[in-house]
Design a protein around this ligand. Sequence first.
Ligand SMILES: C[S@@+](CC[C@H](N)C(=O)[O-])C[C@H]1O[C@@H](n2cnc3c(N)ncnc32)[C@H](O)[C@@H]1O
Length: 277
Amino acid sequence: MAADPEDLKHFAGLLKAGSGFVLTRETVHLVEGRLAPLARREGYGTVDALLAALRKGADARLKDAAVGAMASTETFFFRDLAVFERLRDHVLPALAQARPGGRVRAWSAGCATGQEAWSLAIAGEEAAANGAKLSLEVTGTDLSRACLEKAEAGLYTQFEVQRGLPARLLVRWFDKVDEMWRVSSRLRGDVRFRRVNLVEDFAGPQRFDLILCRNVLDGFDAETRATVLRRLAGRLADDGVLVLGAGESPRELGQTFAALPNARGVFVKLSAARKAA
Ligand SMILES: C[S@@+](CC[C@H](N)C(=O)[O-])C[C@H]1O[C@@H](n2cnc3c(N)ncnc32)[C@H](O)[C@@H]1O
């Protein structure tokens, strides 16, 4: 790749504003590999030509596609299994017990192709089968429209279901369709997907009891991370639970959260009253 430095600088600005992803000396090499399929599909031939077109003023759709293509969408079912076991056995039953009708609202923010949202829904169904009076609603959101389409279709290859999904759960919650596996209609009732860009203002009236935002914020700079974490905290119930990736913490928010012991990446929100006590 021999991109014009000005084209690259312009794209770095688009990327930071559009998704929070910061292009650094360590990540710049990703541009070629991640944009090449888009450049080919759109008839530009090379990534350099695509970058030049973006600087000349491409339409919003192409900008969106280029920004979306730069995100890592790596995911798999029950990623960090211990977290899902903790949610199933303790967090979801406790949240349900504290809510009328056991209704718990969960948000998988940055859900990629949906495996995290479906894993959460399965954990909820399992918790209910184990005796919790729980009615779990899961919302999965992502920046990438292509990811959301796949998430919503709920259709996965053999390779994808083998990554993390125990055979017992595969048979229980998926139907075989030709060479693929489709999420069962029962599970579909628990989950919906929509597009939310976490670097845009996503304030709203609805609060969630549980938010998973795992392996999403690591590409952001410190300021953007702090802003997104603050907004996520604002959308979480006062006794809600935040789950980040295994090595991540909401340290920017000081005393707003307390880590659950023996559960990497799981944090309980401390309401103002509890903090003052
Ligand atoms: C590495 S995947 C993680 C998926 C899942 N949370 C997991 O841990 O397996 C990161 C996802 O975050 C999404 N993402 C990145 N920046 C985003 C933003 N600004 N708003 C919403 N989603 C974003 C990407 O599109 C990608 O699907």
